[in-house]
Design a protein. Sequence first.
Length: 325
Amino acid sequence: MVKFFRGSKILILGAGSFIGSNLIRQVLDMGARVIGIDIAEDRVFWLNQHYKENDNFDCYIGDVANIDSIKHVVTDVDYCFYLAAFKHVGLNEANPINAINVNALSIVSTMRFCDEIGVKKFIYASSDKAVNPTNGMGATKLLGEKIVCTFNGTMQASVVRFGNVINSPGALLEIIKGKLSANQEFHLRGEETSRFFMTPNETIRLILAAMKIGSGRDIFVMKMKSAKIIDFVNAAFSFFEAKVPIKISQLDTGEKPFEETVSAAEFPAVVEFDDFFVIDEQRRSMHKSIKPEILDNTNSLKSPSLTILEIKEMIEDSLNSAEKD
């Protein structure tokens, strides 16, 4: 992986995001030159402060919904990671125009620009909520995937689908920490609700693997175990050695009781690797068939469940990763 990225010029859109900041650190360590773009002024400021002694990093204010704000600071790039996103279900529902622009429509102008300046490979960060979506966030991510996987240009464009990235801003673990700190009741929507979980390190491994071996029009999905939300919450209580009352209510509009990482329609095109799946019809013809029961592993109701110990280990790994940034 180091050899692949050493000396390359990388564009990261959404550089100030949780995944973006983790990605910046790792590709800089591999010897890459990084240009970061983010719409949030404070994130751009602090990234430039953090890496002010590193001549291989620059970060600028830019908006993927306004490609001209990016064109004036980006000229030649080898690889592009599109991490800009509206990722919270409720905010997507309340701000549909911005959500569809950032999660989907802006990809069109961004990919055209990247292709024009000679970008070799392009990665779009999606979500398991794009599979059989029931809300605006999932629908916009699915549209984004379709745009990427039908791109007709010289550049190779691929997709990565994430589960719940532990300790990312606004995600479950951060909410739990906030409730424990304030000694407030934790509201759990749906007692049987389950989700797929991954650490920041797993997220970066997937996105880097997709960039290295992706051939375009393919979708990369990490092999993940799942957990009921209530089990994750109790494991977090145990990890932090603290506890608050739990109030159980109904799911909000658009929320699913479970998640899927591969749809039944996509399964015939699935290729299995050691740590992830790739949905790719062309690549599929060159690999042996996989067992149909593997599809169960892509549904959070049927997949192997994380143990309390595994959840606590993932929390520790995620918190350690945050300390590095």
